[in-house]
Design a protein around this ligand. Structure first.
Ligand code: HEM
Ligand code: HEM
Length: 180
């Protein structure tokens, strides 16, 4: 194990650890509300409530992500465990980039989908700017793209969690300690 120095700390900086676990909680809410709300009948009042909740948590996910990227760019991060194979280190690096890319694209497309259909985005009732124009007859494509991005993100999260478990129990390199 490398000796921790300010340049190569043993753990992720505290704000990044907090933001990682807040994001996990937020994504849990998004993946519960999303699939339930789209299956509800348009006349069901719960549908509008869940859409409101989903969009609010989606906006929070964007805010948390901006904060996280700002902290990340300014902080020294722990080096990957030396025991990782070269390909594993590369995979971890690109996997994290993929997670960040999808965490950016998914909510933006969700926001665009709402605005294209003339629907507002609110943060727990507070109206937010309309960032995209209303487009008549836009159809279901933006919603479909949002859905595909969201489930791709979910798939990558499954790979991510599997990798954490593998490093902990198979390789005996407890990467989880770096994030708690
Ligand atoms: C990273 C953040 C987000 C994730 C992971 C996410 C995830 C999801 C999921 C899983 C669904 C259900 C898809 C299905 O089963 O058919 C969904 C639907 C939807 N989400 Fe999100 N969402 C996010 C952010 C947002 C944001 C910020 C907005 C709007 C401001 C939004 C608006 C919508 C809308 C309008 C739908 C319905 C799409 C349709 O089928 O037409 N989402 N989202
Ligand atoms: C129970 C679920 C999860 C566990 C146990 C977990 C665990 C971890 C651990 C241990 C690390 C540090 C890896 C390292 O040492 O380099 C990490 C990093 C990361 N996790 Fe998770 N994670 C979980 C869920 C998620 C979710 C849901 C997301 C995003 C949607 C996510 C996104 C990330 C990203 C982007 C990094 C890279 C951090 C950076 O380098 O800035 N994780 N996670």
């Amino acid at each position: 194990m490398n000796n921790p120095t300010p340049e190569t700390p043993e753990k992720y900086p505290f704000p990044l650890r907090i933001l990682h676990w807040l994001a996990v909680a937020g994504f849990t809410v998004l993946f519960i509300t999303g699939p339930i709300m789209v299956d509800l009948d348009k006349t069901d009042p719960l549908r509008a409530d869940l859409f409101g909740l989903h969009k609010s948590f989606g906006v929070i996910a964007i805010i948390l992500l901006i904060a996280r990227l700002r902290v990340r760019w300014r902080s020294a991060l722990p080096a990957l465990p030396a025991s990782l194979q070269d390909w594993e280190a590369k995979l971890a690096h690109w996997g994290h980039r993929g997670l960040y890319a999808l965490m950016i694209a998914t909510p933006i497309v969700g926001w665009a989908d709402s605005n294209f259909h003339g629907k507002p985005v609110k943060l727990f009732g507070i109206p937010l700017p309309k960032l995209f124009p209303t487009i008549e007859d836009i159809g279901t494509t933006p919603g479909l793209i949002h859905t595909v991005l969201a489930y791709t993100l979910l798939g990558l999260v499954a790979v991510h969690v599997t990798a954490v478990v593998k490093h902990r129990y198979v390789d005996k390199a407890d990467v989880l300690r770096r994030m708690v």
